[in-house]
Write a protein that binds this ligand. Structure first.
Ligand code: SAM
Length: 286
C-alpha cells in the first residue's frame, strides 16, 4: 500500500467539505433567504445562482462547456461522480432536461443537494446516492452519459472507480471530466507545506493528482477510449482571477459566507501551474 492510500482519507475528504470549510457548503434555507434578498429565481440557469452555490474552479462557463461536449438529449440518463452539493447537475437538468444520478460520499453534501433540488424545482430530474465511489454499486441502473466535475482529484484508485462506473454505462456512452491535475513542481500536498494560508484551508493527504496524460492512460486502462484531452490551466486561472476580482469589489456588501471566497481564491491561485493544473477529457465507453 502506498503511503497516501491510508484508509482515513475518506473521513478527511468528508471533513474538507463542511459548512465552514474552504469549499463552502451553504444549506438550502440560507440560499432561499439569499435569493429572496437578491430577487433571483433559483429555478433559472442564471449564473449568479451557480456562483452562489458552487465554488468550483471551472465556474458555470467551464461546466457548461463540458456538458455541451457531452451532447446530452433530454431522454439521457446521466451519472455524476462526486456530486457534491449538486450545482452542476442542477444546471444540467435545467439546460437539457435530462435525468441525473449523483453519487457522493459526504452525507452533508448529499443532504444539501436534495434540499437544493427542491429549491431549484428539479427534484423530479435528480436523485442522489451516498456511496464511496471505490465501492460504487448502482444495481441494474445504466446511463447514457457520465461526468465528473473536480472530484477525481480525491480518488485514490481512479482506475478501480472508472472500471466500476463503466459497468453502469450503456455501450458507446460519452464520459466527460473537468479535472484538477498534477502541477509542474508537485501536488497540493507540496503546496500545503509551502503556503500557510493553503494549510489553514485544506487537510493533507486528500489529493491524488495525476498529469493529463496520466489521466488519459488511466481511462484507457479502465476500458474507455479517449476522444479529446485539453490542458486548461491558463483558462481556469483567468476565470479564477476574474471571480476573485468580482468578490473583492463586492467585499463591502457580501455576506460572511460569500466573503470566504476571497481568501479561498487568493490561496488557490498561488498554486496554479506549480502545484495544480487543470484539464478536460472526453472519452467513450466501448
Ligand atoms: C470539489 S467537490 C466537487 C463537487 C461537484 N462535482 C461540483 O463540481 O460542485 C468534490 C466532491 O467529491 C466527493 N468525493 C471525493 N472522493 C469521493 C469518493 N471516493 N466517493 C464519493 N465522493 C467523493 C467529495 O465528497 C466532494 O463532494
Amino acid at each position: 500500500m502506498r503511503a497516501k492510500e491510508s484508509p482515513d482519507c475518506i473521513p478527511r475528504i468528508i471533513r474538507s467539505y463542511r459548512p465552514d470549510g474552504p469549499f463552502r457548503v451553504f444549506p438550502p434555507r440560507f440560499l432561499r433567504k439569499l435569493y429572496g434578498k437578491w430577487r433571483l429565481d433559483p429555478r433559472t440557469p442564471h449564473p449568479w445562482v451557480f456562483d452562489a452555490e458552487a465554488m468550483c474552479h471551472f465556474r458555470q462557463e467551464g461546466v457548461s462547456r463540458l456538458f455541451a461536449l457531452l451532447r446530452p438529449a433530454s431522454r439521457c440518463r446521466v451519472l455524476s461522480l462526486g456530486e457534491g452539493n449538486g450545482a452542476p447537475s442542477r444546471l444540467l437538468a435545467k439546460l437539457y432536461g435530462c435525468r441525473v444520478t449523483g453519487v457522493d460520499v459526504s452525507p452533508l453534501q448529499t443532504a444539501n443537494a436534495r434540499g437544493c433540488a427542491a429549491l431549484h424545482g428539479v427534484e423530479r430530474l435528480v436523485d442522489y446516492v451516498r456511496q464511496d465511489l471505490h465501492d460504487l454499486d448502482l444495481g441494474r441502473r445504466r446511463f447514457d452519459r457520465l461526468y465528473d466535475n473536480e472530484s477525481a482529484v480525491h480518488w485514490r484508485d481512479k482506475e478501480a472507480i472508472l472500471v466500476r462506473a463503466l459497468r453502469h454505462l450503456k455501450p458507446g456512452a460519452l464520459a466527460g471530466f473537468n479535472e484538477w491535475l498534477l502541477g509542474d513542481q508537485g501536488d497540493l500536498d507540496a503546496a500545503w507545506s509551502r503556503f500557510p494560508d493553503f494549510r489553514r484551508m485544506w487537510a493533507r493527504g486528500i489529493w491524488f493528482q495525476v498529469s493529463l496524460r496520466g489521466f488519459c492512460g488511466i481511462l484507457e486502462r479502465a476500458g474507455f477510449k479517449v476522444l479529446q484531452a485539453e490542458e486548461l490551466t491558463d483558462e481556469v486561472d483567468q476565470v479564477s482571477r476574474r471571480r476573485l476580482a468580482v468578490l473583492e469589489r463586492l467585499r463591502g456588501i457580501l455576506d460572511e459566507g460569500s466573503r470566504l471566497g476571497i481568501p479561498y481564491f487568493q490561496a488557490m491561485i498561488k498554486t496554479h501551474g506549480r502545484y495544480l493544473r487543470y484539464g478536460r477529457i472526453i472519452a467513450r465507453a466501448p
